[in-house]
Design a protein around this ligand. Structure first.
Ligand SMILES: C[S@@+](CC[C@H](N)C(=O)[O-])C[C@H]1O[C@@H](n2cnc3c(N)ncnc32)[C@H](O)[C@@H]1O
Length: 261
């Protein structure tokens, strides 16, 4: 039932999503054309793709500690690395998009909620080797595997904090003092998603970009996304269906875009 509903939502998105020719905002037009639609290749893409392939073949099992939506079912269960890589990691297309955003904006303070095996983090960290990438993960064994992934790529600008986001996110925010780029990819439920957004607000600035994963995943996530778009601090929001982007640029007319990707 859930899958059928999601397919319908996606079909509706395909019908209503606009192309660049309907964008009147010069800022959004440029961001969409130069960053979202860009097919520019960067050399770390090849090495991250190789790491993904290796993880997809890895038959080793780890014990899962899950604080998110699946906590009632998955805690203490063993899972194959290959299964985690297949089900949890954001597809390459989105990793490349996050890379291009960070490369273009030169974001320095980057925070990710939901490391998993570290594939999305690898894109974030290799886009700006001088950036401070803070990635948060609840499952200790998954985080250990992610650290191996970072070591294998010589990515030394990443700090993993292990624990429930509810505890770790406020303290990481306090430590870094400012967010340039935030990717929320874990605990996809209404209340925590909205709470993490609200907790981040004292640390944002005009050029901060926040990306939410799975904004159409459930009614709760759609409700959270709606409230986030309507928040007074948000000027521009872009719905690419599988992710939603929010911007806080001053001097922009408040506008929401549903764009093809
Ligand atoms: C979808 S996966 C992240 C995928 C990763 N960003 C990628 O694209 O490669 C979500 C991760 O968030 C973690 N997680 C979910 N809820 C959490 C919570 N409340 N506290 C800490 N970790 C949590 C899960 O353990 C899982 O590894």
């Amino acid at each position: 039932m859930h899958l059928i509903k999601l397919i319908f939502k996606y079909l509706r998105y395909l019908i209503v999503a606009k192309t660049r020719y309907s964008i009147h905002s010069p800022f959004v037009f440029k961001f969409y054309s130069d960053i979202i639609l860009s097919d520019k290749h960067f050399y770390p893409f090849d090495s991250i793709a190789k790491v993904r392939q290796a993880l997809l073949k890895n038959q080793d099992e780890i014990t899962i500690t899950d604080f998110g939506a699946g906590s009632m079912f998955n805690n203490g269960k063993k899972k194959k690395i290959s299964t985690i890589a297949k089900n949890a990691a954001k597809p390459e297309k989105f990793g490349k998009l996050f890379f291009r955003i960070i490369e273009e904006t030169q974001a320095q303070n980057i925070v990710e909620l939901g490391t998993s095996l570290g594939l999305s983090t690898s894109y974030l960290a290799s886009a700006n080797k001088n950036a401070n990438v803070q990635t948060l993960e609840g499952c200790p064994e998954t985080a250990k595997m992610a650290q191996k992934v970072f070591n294998s790529q010589q990515l030394h600008n990443i700090k993993i904090t292990v624990g429930n986001f509810d505890d770790t996110f406020p303290s990481v925010l306090e430590k870094i003092g400012r967010i340039d780029f935030l990717f929320i990819d874990g605990n996809h439920q209404y209340e925590p998603t909205l709470r993490y957004f609200q907790q981040s607000l004292p640390y944002i600035h005009e050029n901060t970009i926040i990306i939410f994963d799975d904004i159409h995943w459930s009614d709760g996530m759609e409700k959270a996304w709606k409230e986030i778009k309507e928040n007074v601090n948000v000027s521009v929001s872009i719905d690419l269906f599988f992710v939603g982007l929010v911007f806080f640029k001053k001097g922009q007319v408040k506008e929401h875009f549903i764009l093809k990707y």
